[in-house]
Design a protein around this ligand. Structure first.
Ligand code: F0G
Length: 367
């Protein structure tokens, strides 16, 4: 942000208000016009956090950064796509939007749609959405429909509904979603001054990996970076259609956000794999939880299990990372989304039912 640096030299103290949200920040790169009503919660500008503990696990001078998109307004990267999709829906005069979701899309759709004065219908797989995400959708004023089927089935239904009725589909088949999401790649390059060597990212419906690639390519074409990263997509072993090369009928994983068996952006993502010389790989639930705990207790970064798949994948494939390389792992969602998984999966000491006495507390502390 050269403009901000120039202002700082003139004595301006930067505040969060300098960040106008990603549509204004990257307006020239996005399909918006003066007629587009910008519906924003000042999303974007999320930190790129160094991860020295993970880097030490890998060794050989590899540098690791976490793109912590869990710090967006509704706690996930979905806000990037949703500010665009909802602004464009409003511009087109839409009065209602619909999506299928494993949770995060529903939270973002609800928040932005309501802010834009629209109704938000969200279909979720009954019983497979983390508690925080459900709380968000309800509190933001969505109309929540829990269906007894998985995400893939819910997506088929909302596509059908949007075809037949006056509601705008805001899943990642909506091209404006990926346009908004590509700004995360811009921010990574803006922060590093170059594209990383590897970009590790969790993959569910395969929209975000495609969006990042679009962002890196556009920035390279404009001369903002010289190189392009290898795009490494990680799926949960029980929900790994991109790895297996076929649809998974009954996807299963603790990482409910990526419990998807039939990714709608499959073709786009295969192109990303080929063009970037990247790859799709599976990580087990046990590996996801190990990375999740390491991020929390080692780096002080609380992400949701699906997000930890990117770090689990990096740790699994670390021998392939070139010495001295720069790696960015995308942490797509905030850990607070899924308190149940955190409480059930940690190695911390939790002493309960203690008498309210100094001596008792000191003894438990080991003094
Ligand atoms: N990480 C998180 C936290 C997610 O919520 C999702 C997708 C992904 C990764 C995968 O991204 O689908 O672009 O490959 N969540 C969607 C939802 C499906 O409904 O919230 P993708």
């Amino acid at each position: 942000m050269p403009l901000l640096r120039a202002l700082q030299r003139l004595g301006h103290r930067p505040t969060m208000q300098d960040w106008p949200g990603l549509i204004e920040a990257y307006r020239a790169w996005l399909p918006v016009t003066a007629a587009t009503p910008v519906i924003t919660l000042r999303e974007g500008a999320t930190p790129l956090i160094p991860a020295p503990v993970i880097a030490e696990h890998i060794g050989r001078g590899v540098k690791v950064f976490l793109k912590y998109d869990g710090l967006n307004p509704t706690g996930s990267f979905k806000d990037r796509g949703m500010t665009m999709a909802i602004s464009k829906a409003r511009e087109a005069g839409s009065e209602a939007v619909i999506c299928a979701s494993t949770g995060n899309t529903s939270a973002a759709a609800a928040a932005y749609a309501r802010r834009g004065g629209m109704r938000a219908f969200v279909l979720i797989p009954d019983g497979y959405v983390a508690q925080g995400k459900l709380a968000q959708a309800l509190l933001y004023g969505a109309e929540v429909l829990a269906v007894q089927g998985n995400f893939d089935r819910a997506l088929a239904i909302v596509r059908d509904v949007a075809d037949r009725y006056p509601v705008t589909l805001v899943n990642s088949v909506n091209p404006y979603r990926l346009q908004g999401q590509k700004t995360a790649a811009f921010e990574v390059v803006d922060a590093l001054g170059e594209a990383p060597d590897w970009l590790c990212i969790p993959v569910g419906n395969a929209g975000n990996i495609s969006a990042y690639w679009m962002g890196f390519q556009e920035y390279q074409a404009a001369g903002h970076c010289r190189q392009l990263p290898r795009m490494m997509g990680f799926q949960a072993a029980g929900s790994a259609p991109m790895v297996l090369g076929h649809t998974v009928e009954h996807p299963d994983t603790i990482a409910t956000a990526i419990r998807i068996g039939n990714p709608v952006n499959r073709e786009k993502a295969l192109k990303v794999e080929a063009e970037s010389k990247g790859g799709f790989m599976a990580v087990t639930d046990a590996e996801i939880i190990e990375a999740y705990k390491l991020l929390g207790s080692g780096e002080g970064v609380f992400c949701e299990p699906a997000s930890a798949a990117s770090v689990a994948g990096l740790l699994k494939r670390h021998q392939e990372v070139p010495a001295g390389a720069t790696v960015v792992c995308v942490l797509t969602g905030n850990g607070l989304k899924d308190p149940t998984t955190a409480i059930e999966n940690n190695d911390s000491k939790f002493h309960t039912g203690l008498a309210p006495e100094t001596d008792v507390v000191a003894r438990v502390m080991g003094f």
